[in-house]
Design a protein around this ligand. Structure first.
Ligand code: ADP
Ligand code: MG
Length: 601
């Protein structure tokens, strides 16, 4: 046994290379499985689902860092197994190498609970039958308490406290509670969509933030995104591609969103982040949506267990699929066909609306028509009309406005009660709304301003950024670096995740969520970092302004009547609706008496 001998020699080596102590090994391994509170949620939810739960309740405090608890009504853990469950590589799901070839459960490595116990305090209360008696155990820092008696109906509650309490380096990499909590919420949402027969609930800091009925996939979408979205969904499949079965649903415009967060691809019940599958999904919807927009999509792929290797990623986020080359085109065309049919139906509906509105849309104003991105006020002499009433008083609240139509895809013409005519610059109006939302720094408000054109409710409650595929390295001057360093947390709050990379270099990991994916994220990252490193007390304001400007809908973009209305309604809620954040006018008002005078009625 030459290998054993080699091993022994290593053990007694007196050289500089030493085998790591067991608790260090465990801590390192834990780091791969448990990255942040969302990974805790994922592992515990998977355990609950593996145990056959029909109800999964997740509770968290402080974004899951202080406490994350998952309670289920599954099979429970036998009292004699309780201590073993937290040991490394201890599992009830796989016994042999052959089992590993066809894993039918979500878990199989026996690592989750052990990893958690290495980086947090873990309490498990579980009952494996219905007599009301349960056993409890607490494991932390490599040692476990003796089991004690407890009481609960059949099922398991795992409570994880003080995650990374003893791992300050990892804790420092996490974002503020709101952002981590939003990721936990995303995990719960994904499993709720993929396992729609199971009832899910999430309670964040004592507040019930989401809940599903366990009735079906469309119902789950209704519970999570609202009944309007659910009604608009297009379903596809189940259809076969080789041994795989694909099925799913997708939301057509206007229920599209500025980020990919709501695109869920599941393989055998587990949400995966396979680049290839994700890009096949995107290739399916991309030609049918505006640039930078993404639908809500849930794709479920079922393959025979032996065609799948989930063992290639520590957190199982990536999987290897034997049939992937065949699945990709099938996926793309399924999505394309589903969304295409929905768009065709919507177009018919839209045409109908247009006829109904025809007289209003015909409205033409004495403003040059040929030019795009026209600037108001510089009216050529030929068209020169008497000046309008002036811009509305800044202190005036905006009246309720009824959109009449879009002019040159730049302005919205709108009617106010009393027959007054308003012209609103669509870009500046949206810019103003986004800016206000960013200023209020109320994460939920910011998210809803982003979503205003889609009417969709996002329950995340945080302004989550768009993760960059590759972090962007930004080099600043030492002076700029000094200025930027104390501002990193504040920036993370608006989704701009910037990490000090030594010296005056920074790694930008995420950009604030923009409705249009920037063509050159590197350039945006650099520009925002420069703005944020400005030597001015109102630096954050500059970041907000430049962000709002980059995110706002452009002139030249067609808007449906519904989108126009959403924009006008949103504008009414802003603080200073008459001017954009740069200080340029965004509204012109022609009062009915002005119109009467000008036309000599
Ligand atoms: P794995 O899921 O890979 O087996 P874990 O560390 O997640 O590894 O869990 C270890 C074992 O503990 C599982 O195999 C299972 O037997 C048991 N277990 C964990 N969570 C639950 C639960 N919620 N309900 C029932 N059994 C559980
Ligand atoms: Mg597990």
């Amino acid at each position: 046994m030459p290998q054993d001998r080699a091993q022994q020699e290593v053990e007694i080596s007196s050289g500089r290379i030493q085998r790591l102590p067991q608790h260090v090994v465990e801590r390192i391994a834990a780091g791969e499985v448990i990255e942040r509170p969302a990974s805790v949620a994922r592992e515990l939810i998977e355990n609950a689902l593996d145990a056959g739960a029909t109800t999964v309740r997740v509770a968290m405090r402080e974004g899951g860092l202080r406490l994350l608890r998952v309670a289920d009504d599954g099979a429970g853990i036998l009292s004699q197994d309780l201590a073993m469950a937290c040991q490394p590589h201890a599992t009830s799901k796989v016994r042999s190498l052959e089992d590993l070839e066809r894993v039918a459960t979500l878990g199989f490595r026996g690592e989750a609970l052990a990893s958690l116990a290495a980086v947090a305090e873990v309490e498990i209360v579980s009952a494996a039958d219905d007599d009301g008696l349960a056993r409890a155990i607490t494991v932390a820092g490599g040692s476990s308490s003796p089991t004690s008696l407890a009481s609960r109906p059949r099922g398991t509650t795992v409570t994880v406290r003080h995650l990374f309490g003893e791992v300050p380096a990892r804790k420092a990499l996490l974002r503020r509670h709101g952002a981590e909590g939003a990721r936990v919420a995303a995990v719960v949402r994904h499993y709720a969509l993929i396992h729609p027969a199971v009832r899910f609930a999430l309670v964040a800091d004592e507040v019930l933030t989401l809940q599903t009925r366990g009735a079906g996939q469309v119902e789950a979408v209704a519970d999570l995104y609202g009944p309007d979205v659910a009604r608009s969904l297009v379903q596809f499949g189940p259809q076969h591609s080789g041994a795989a079965t694909l099925a799913g649903l997708v939301s057509p415009p206007p229920f599209d969103l500025p980020d990919r967060q709501h695109v869920v691809v599941a393989v055998n019940g587990r949400p995966v982040a396979n680049r290839a599958l994700m890009s096949a999904v995107e290739a399916g919807y991309r030609p049918l949506l505006r640039k930078g927009r993404h639908p809500i999509v849930v794709v479920t792929i079922a393959v025979p267990p032996e065609d799948l290797d989930a063992n290639i990623h520590p957190a199982k986020a990536e999987v290897l699929l034997r049939d992937e080359p065949a699945i990709r085109p099938a996926l793309r065309s399924a999505l394309y066909a589903a969304l295409g049919s929905a768009k065709a139906a919507a177009r018919a509906q839209h045409a109908h609306e247009r006829t109904a509105l025809a007289p209003a849309v015909q409205l033409r104003l004495p403003v040059p028509r040929k030019r795009r991105g026209l600037t108001l006020g510089e009216t050529p002499a030929r068209y020169r009309a008497p000046a309008p009433d002036a811009e509305p008083d800044l202190s005036d609240a905006l009246p309720e406005l009824e959109p009449l139509g879009q002019l040159d895809y730049a302005l919205i013409a709108a009617r106010a009660p009393g027959g007054h005519l308003y012209l609103i610059d669509q870009h500046r109006a949206h810019e103003r709304m986004l800016y206000d939302a960013l200023t209020r720094q109320m994460p939920a408000a910011a998210a809803s301003a982003q979503d205003v054109l889609t009417d969709s409710a996002d329950h995340d409650g945080a302004m989550s950024g768009q993760m960059l595929l590759m972090p962007v390295l930004v080099e600043l001057t030492p002076r700029q670096a000094d200025l930027l360093l104390p501002r990193l947390e504040e920036l993370a709050g608006i989704g701009f995740e910037c990490q000090h990379f030594g010296g005056s270099a920074f790694l930008v990991r995420s950009l604030p969520a923009l409705p249009e994916a920037p063509a050159d994220p590197g350039a945006v990252a650099r520009a925002l970092a420069q703005d944020a490193a400005e030597d001015a007390s109102d630096w954050l304001d500059h970041v907000r302004t430049s962000l709002a400007c980059r995110s706002a809908i452009r002139r030249g973009q067609p808007l449906s009547m519904q989108e126009q209305r959403a924009l006008l309604d949103g504008l009414r809620t802003t603080a200073a609706p008459a001017r954009c954040p740069h200080g340029s006018p965004l509204i012109l008002r022609y009062s009915s008496s002005f119109l009467a005078r000008a036309f000599e009625w």
